[in-house]
Design a protein around this ligand. Structure first.
Ligand code: DOR
Ligand code: ZN
Length: 434
């Protein structure tokens, strides 16, 4: 009987061709001459192998928004994008601010196409007034380590300080949606030229940068870990650079859309391009790419935000912010950073798997090196031009901002603990789990 898989010709982290032998859900061996007569051989010539990706920022919409996404559909989209784990944001209905809701999400994710790490809300009902049951959620079966009011900023300084203290005590991280709401009342598009041209209220960079600066100071005083969600401005990068130089325990993420798209897309009036924080100017995009390559920004996180079609139709001001991201993130990073030679595949693995896994407290299971004895959780990437067709998405929603756009790379096979969770070409048809 066949047992195990022998992936032939793969290039771990984009390096020289190797064979990877997978048995019983683990990597049994990696090397040029590895062989195993019982294993099913799979021709993977020149496919780049990375550890399965980890997304720090996914909106799965369950409970309460199942018309837009569910744990099942969102995790299928994640697997198609090369992900082995996603952090599920807490802005559901009801909000994930209690043991009951985070355990419900964890339960719904049993057997799903990728692992789900439920985030807990920082404040009750995302209301920004009283802390959620942080200790309870951390101690629950969902073992929450990422706490976030994402969608909203934890604005009240004293509450933020108390939250940092409690979250530090449970060994977690506070993921802040950095937006001073007093500076973004009615804001619709990037402040400056685009706000002037569209005559819509502008979204100033200061709303983001001032909160990041404040929170870095609070985190330093509390000895707590802070993570900054979807950094979008060049100034925010400078604040992070300052905080990191001082040894403050801050990490940050950037979204694929902020690495690729610019604020002039708002001139189309198409709410597909409406997102929070807004698309920014080309100078910001350039600074974000540099910061990711340098490591000042630690991670790429999708902010996959599914919305029903009715919520993304004009007029702009009535539409909800957010765009899909799980299935296209790797292609965007390959195009903006690998093809431009700003980053190598080892850097991509670091920013999309290793660091996110550590930030989420999942570093023992995810973001592991592709070595003997490690879990067989990996993604294989092919260099093959392809075109984005929203109808192909495995998400229940269609609000992908890259319709018709071509990319050069795509994940073709995703494996989680030896289980095939996505197989674009049917490479492993019939091979079954290892
Ligand atoms: O664009 C966004 N959409 N930004 C957020 O912070 C929340 C998200 C959502 O939940 O739709
Ligand atoms: Zn957010």
């Amino acid at each position: 009987m066949r047992s195990g898989l022998l992936l032939e010709g793969v290039r771990p982290l984009g390096g020289p061709r190797q064979r990877i032998l997978i048995k019983e859900g683990r990597i049994a061996e990696v090397g040029e001459h590895v062989g195993d007569r019982a294993a099913v051989r799979v021709d993977c010539t020149d496919l780049v192998a990375l550890p399965a990706l980890v997304d720090l920022h996914t909106h799965l919409r369950q409970p309460g928004g199942e018309h837009a996404e569910t744990v099942a559909s969102g995790t299928r989209a994640a697997a198609a994008g090369g992900y082995g784990a996603v952090v599920a944001m807490a802005n559901t209905d009801p909000v994930a601010d209690s043991v009951a809701v985070v355990e419900e999400v964890a339960h719904a994710a049993a057997g799903a196409a990728c692992a789900v790490l439920p985030a807990g809300a920082v404040t009750r009902g995302l209301g920004g007034e009283a802390l959620a049951d942080i200790r309870g959620m951390a101690a629950s079966r969902a073992a929450v380590r990422v706490f976030s009011d994402d969608g909203r900023c934890v604005h009240h300084s004293a509450l933020m300080r108390d939250a940092l203290r409690q979250i530090a005590a449970v060994g977690g991280v506070l993921a802040q949606h950095a937006e001073d709401p007093l500076l973004t009342v009615g804001a619709q598009v990037n402040d400056g030229r685009i706000a002037d041209l569209t005559r819509l209220p502008g979204w100033p960079a200061a709303a983001e940068e001032s909160i990041i600066a404040r929170d870095c100071v609070l985190a330093a005083h509390e000895g707590a870990r802070l993570h900054v969600c979807h950094v979008s401005t060049a100034g925010a990068v400078e604040v992070l650079r300052w905080a990191k130089a001082r040894g403050i325990a801050v990490t940050a993420e950037v979204t694929p859309h902020h690495l690729l798209l610019t604020d002039d897309l708002a001139l189309t009036g198409d709410p597909l391009y409406k997102v929070n924080p807004p698309l920014r100017a080309p100078e910001d995009v350039a600074a974000l790419r540099r910061a990711l390559a340098e490591g000042i920004i630690d991670a790429v996180a999708t902010d996959h935000a599914p919305h029903a079609a009715a919520d993304k139709t004009p007029p702009w001001c009535g539409a909800r912010p957010g765009m899909l991201g799980l299935e296209t993130a790797l292609a965007v990073v390959a195009e903006t950073l690998v093809e431009t030679e700003a980053m190598g595949w080892a850097d991509v693995a670091d920013r999309m798997a290793v660091r996110p896994a550590h930030i989420a407290g999942a570093g023992r299971r995810f973001g592991r090196p592709l070595q003997r004895g490690e879990p067989a959780s990996l993604v294989l990437i092919q260099r093959l031009p392809w075109q984005v067709r929203p109808a192909d998405s495995l998400s229940l929603s269609r609000n992908v901002p890259y319709s018709g756009r071509s990319f050069t790379h795509r994940p073709v096979l995703t494996m989680l603990d030896g289980r095939i969770t996505h197989d674009h070409h049917g490479l492993l048809n019939g091979a079954g789990p290892t």
